[in-house]
Design a protein around this ligand. Sequence first.
Ligand code: THU
Length: 128
Amino acid sequence: MDYNYLMEKAIEVSKNAYAPYSKFPVGACILTDTDNIYCGCNFENASYGLTICAERNAIGSAVANGDRIVKAIAIYSPNQDNCTPCGACRQVLYEFSNKNLGLDVIVKIGEDLKIYKLSELLPEGFSL
Ligand code: THU
């Protein structure tokens, strides 16, 4: 799967973000081990702590559709280059990763894509 395509989808879904409080829209698009694609955007709430990040929204959609292993995720915000996932989302991504194969995290810097390994962003993630 072409990571440029995943990023295009992340850009597209970021336009649906509901972020009236932070005014920081985010889109995420994940690729599963079954080669399915799921997108999500952030959606905020007047009770700020109830905000759901784009990454967790996309993962929720994958799980609801029977997919549980994420191979890669593209994340985009029009407000910020190198929009890497927050700490909570890193741990949630770790839960739904293949611990041997790892998971690619794709962000945009200018016109370029940068690919991180989840293990770089979250060394020693927690698992039971
Ligand atoms: N946000 C995401 O959706 N993903 C991230 O990785 C970072 C933060 C959202 C949460 C909130 O709606 C807004 O961006 C500002 O924090």
